[in-house]
Design a protein around this ligand. Structure first.
Ligand code: 0A1
Ligand code: ZN
Length: 881
């Protein structure tokens, strides 16, 4: 096995650059088959740096075509150049100098999709994290900030549209049917926010006037013929701009804001200054081709990238260890936006589901790392659920600890104090401490200690004195890989619920600090004694999931069921039911139930049906009440000796049981859900569709009859209803003629729309049957399959590995071998995507012995490949550790 993997970058080694960058001017000449980049850097030796210290610039697969210093050629011995590095000595001891660097690249051959590449003929860039060094030699790190002036030249027919960051400055004609455009970005920015797009694109434009009256021209650019699908993204953009002004006092700063939708993109989208580049999945939609979930996704990602303009761009990160400074904070902001635009409890449920599905397994397995990592080998592998989603939870906890007003004061101070800076987590936390007069020293441990703490709650009520004693105990059960195990500051939002469903008043006699409805657990173990509580209350804890912990609340079934009905905190009603079901399914997966035993306790099922049937609550919430914990979530809770077949059998039995017991309700929901004449993507309409489709799923599970789904598929007038019906057919009745016919029909209807073809691939990749492996293997030869498009790879291979419990985790190990082979192929083209798919192995140690050995062997085979990329080697290496 190869061991010479790349160097480890450490937080403690941070030091500023030896040279200060003052400005960047670039000319980018685009041709078929090549691009010429001329870059002028105005630099200066940093004070105190010795005159013999050379300038070292980063490169990646670059070819140097020329370099001059203040207009004069450099002596051959004054520099050394390799594809990865340009080192220049004999530079002025003091004062500014201009370095002009020429590079030549071939965007058409760039399959990594980092740097400058072509997607369906369009030239585009992706520079975060270290892609700029694939365009020119540079101090390619986030604490090197400068204004940029960029001139793009290209053939007029091939690229009538020429875009870059900032404001448009000039444009004009050139000989040979070429033209140019100059863009001027006055705001200091790091290279990772640089962008260029050139191509034959359609666009829509709208005007937005900021709160202080500044006009901004908004543009969305798409490939030819698709711009009609960009209207919702434009609407979401305007709503985001309006919201950020109201909620955070943040106005947009340039004259233009452009979004470009690209087919081939490694991630969701990118917040380049004034020129956001998007995976077209998060821009393009209409009701025929996109589901309600897609609409919500577009809204969130548009908002997220826009919000980065302040949290990320105006204030950026000092180094990549601080990634959560921009990502956690921006996810928090986009979550708050969605909560305001849609429904707060439903959004919170969605965020918590996501956290548990992606972050908890990461935090409890070999890829565990602190929200602010201390070291990395490949930064691309740290765009993780821990940095993003747990990072957002940490910001949310700060807001919970300080309260809304002080939180806003801290944010205001952050924007004021650090505008234009490359900041750190310490800087961020200090703003809240200074604005609110709070001490967040202990809280800051959340950034450095990895792992999910557990929180155990006990309660003891004394009727004679009317006191309730609550015990709270925290522990880091799953080892925090050497990052420490000191107690966290855990904010526990709570309420004492009376039998009338209202929160009761109380006084706190003594114990842990209680502030309003938040208990501040700071010790390992503490108690709180509540006095004057009158009749015994139902204790509702961890409301709104106020901290990312695993909760163990010793509470009777009858109290939990009462809270599931009465808790004024809707999130907690859902959470309590979801926990009850999850615990029952974990038990049922551990050992087969006796034939006489119902698959779920009937009183729990009745509680779920009660929530689902409560017409006083919004439909989206009712649909959430019916959604069972996912099979991977049950696997995570089992923690060891996991048998996915047993989990699937338990979940299927539960679905049939709920379907039978709730048949009348489900039929009533379906009867109620006559589709409106016109499709509207609003949250309320989407919630109704979601509830009706969940009901259809349960009816199909209970009846074993594909006919209602078949009928819905045939009659569907939007993608949400069509895809829901098709999923029921294909997943539940894969052998039925109706299912085969619908799947074929779906393909013929949409074969020209890549985003819908992705759904068609993904649906087959997730058929819950070991035989899905053969289906997926067969689809590799489908004319529409390609390893070169990340969305397509994710749809077939990524979805299979991440979403097919039965076939990926086949007992014979064939699923693991298949995915490992695909990773090896993909690694040669696009290591970032290969490494991401490799993370699906992360929980391999929790499976039963046969699967465990097979998964390990597949990982070891990958590790043995001599020229495996740094990206994949890092994930595989850490997974095996
Ligand atoms: N900053 C982006 C995420 C992103 C990160 C790396 C990329 O490189 C391929 C692309 C995008 C965001 O948070 O949206
Ligand atoms: Zn982001």
């Amino acid at each position: 096995m190869r061991t010479d993997d790349g160097p480890t970058i450490k937080l403690e080694d941070y030091r500023p650059t030896d040279f200060v960058l003052h400005s960047v001017a670039m000319t980018i000449r685009l041709f078929e088959g090549s691009a010429e980049i001329d870059t002028q850097l105005v630099l200066e030796r940093r004070e105190g740096v010795g005159a013999d210290t050379p300038l070292v610039l980063d490169g990646d697969e670059l070819t140097l075509s020329g370099v001059t210093l203040d207009g004069a050629a450099l002596a051959a011995d004054a520099y050394t150049a390799s594809p990865e590095r340009l080192e220049i000595s004999a530079l002025p001891a003091a004062g500014r100098f201009t370095l002009a660097i020429g590079t030549r690249i071939v965007p058409e051959e760039n399959t990594k999709l980092m740097g400058l590449y072509r997607s369906n003929g369009v030239w585009c860039t992706q520079c975060e994290a270290e892609g700029f060094r694939r365009i020119t030699y540079f101090l390619d790190r986030p604490d090197v900030l400068a204004p940029y002036k960029v001139r793009i030249e290209a053939d007029k027919a091939a690229a009538p549209i020429l875009l870059s960051n900032g404001n448009p400055a000039e444009h004009g004609e050139l000989p040979d049917d070429r033209h140019f455009a100059v863009w001027d970005d006055p705001f200091n920015k790091p290279s990772y926010l640089f962008a260029v797009v050139a191509g034959d694109l359609d666009s829509i434009h709208e005007e937005f006037t900021t709160a202080s009256g500044k006009p901004v021209t908004l543009g969305i650019y798409t490939e030819k013929g698709r711009v009609a699908q960009a209207g919702y993204a434009m609407d979401a953009l305007k709503r985001s701009m309006w919201w950020d002004e109201r909620r955070f006092g943040r106005e947009y700063d340039l004259d233009v804001f452009n979004v470009v939708a690209i087919s081939d993109f490694n991630m969701g989208a990118m917040e380049n200054k004034g020129l956001n580049v998007f995976n077209h999945k998060y821009v393009l939609l209409d009701s025929d081709t996109a589901t309600d979930a897609d609409y919500a996704g577009v809204e969130t990602v548009i908002a997220h990238e826009y919000f980065h303009n302040w949290t990320g761009n105006r204030i950026t990160c000092r180094d990549w260890f601080q990634l959560c400074l921009k990502e956690g904070l921006t996810v928090y902001r986009d979550q708050e936006f969605s909560a305001d635009e849609r429904s707060a409890p439903v959004q919170r449920i969605n965020s918590v589901r996501r956290l548990k599905a992606h972050q908890f397994p990461e935090d409890q397995g070999p890829l565990q790392h602190p929200v602010r990592p201390r070291e990395y080998k490949e930064i691309n592998n740290f765009y993780t659920a821990t940095v993003y989603d747990k990072g957002a939870e940490l910001v949310r906890m700060i807001a919970t600890i300080l309260g809304r007003d002080d939180f806003r004061k801290g944010m205001d101070l952050y924007f004021e104090r650090h505008d234009g800076d490359a900041a750190t987590i310490e800087d961020f936390i200090a703003c809240f401490e200074d604005a609110a007069g709070a001490d967040l020293t202990q809280f800051a441990l959340w950034y450095s200690q990895a792992g999910t703490p557990s929180l155990a709650i006990t309660e003891d009520y004394d009727a004679a004195s009317g006191t309730l004693t609550v015990g709270l105990k925290q522990a880091l059960e799953v080892g925090a890989s050497g990052t420490g195990g000191a107690p966290f500051h855990i904010p526990v939002r709570f309420g004492l619920v009376g039998s009338n469903g209202e929160d009761k008043a109380f006084t706190v006699a003594h114990g842990a600090e209680v502030d309003g409805d938040v208990i501040h657990l700071t010790g390992e173990e503490e108690t709180v004694v509540f006095e004057n509580v009158g009749e015994r209350p139902y204790l509702s804890v961890l409301r709104d999931f106020s901290a990312p912990v695993t909760l163990h609340h010793e509470q009777s079934l009858s109290d939990r069921l009462a809270l599931a009905r009465l808790d004024p905190n809707l999130f907690n009603r859902w959470r309590i039911l979801n926990d009850l079901v999850a615990e029952a399914l974990v038990e049922a997966s551990r050992k087969p139930l006796a034939p006489s035993q119902p698959p779920l306790p009937p009183e729990i099922v009745d509680a779920i049906l009660g929530s689902a049937g409560d017409e006083s609550i919004e439909a989206a919430y009712r649909a959430q009440a019916l959604a069972l914990p996912s099979e991977p979530e049950i696997a995570r809770m089992l923690a060891e000796n996991v048998d996915p077949d047993a989990i699937h059998a338990a979940v299927e039995a539960a679905k049939r049981f709920i379907g039978e017991r709730g048949r009348k309700l489900f039929e009533a929901i379906r009867a109620d859900a006559r589709p409106a004449a016109d499709f509207s993507p609003d949250a309320d309409s989407a919630g109704r569709r979601s509830l009706a489709n969940v009901a259809l799923g349960y009816l199909a599970a209970a009846s074993g009859d594909p006919a209602p789904a078949e009928a819905q598929y045939a009659a569907a007038r939007n993608m949400t209803d069509r895809l829901a019906a098709l999923a029921i057919l294909v997943h539940r009745f894969p052998a039925a003629d109706a299912s085969k016919a619908a799947l074929a029909d779906f393909y013929t209807r949409f074969e020209d729309d890549g985003l819908v073809v992705d759904k068609w691939f993904a649906l087959q990749a997730t058929i819950p049957d070991v035989a899905a492996l053969d289906t997926v293997a067969g689809l590799l030869d489908h004319p529409k399959f390609t390893l070169r498009n990340p969305n397509r790879v994710r749809a077939l291979v990524g979805t299979f590995a991440g979403g097919n419990q039965l076939a990926f985790h086949r007992a014979d190990g064939a699923g693991y071998r298949f995915v490992a082979e695909r990773i090896a192929e993909l690694d040669k083209l696009n290591p970032q995507i290969a490494a991401r798919i490799a993370t699906t192995f992360r929980s391999w140690r929790s499976f039963e012995a046969g699967r465990r050995h097979a998964a390990k062997a597949a990982l070891e085979n990958l590790a043995a490949i001599p020229d495996l990329s740094n990206d994949t080697r890092d994930i595989v290496g850490r997974s095996l550790r």
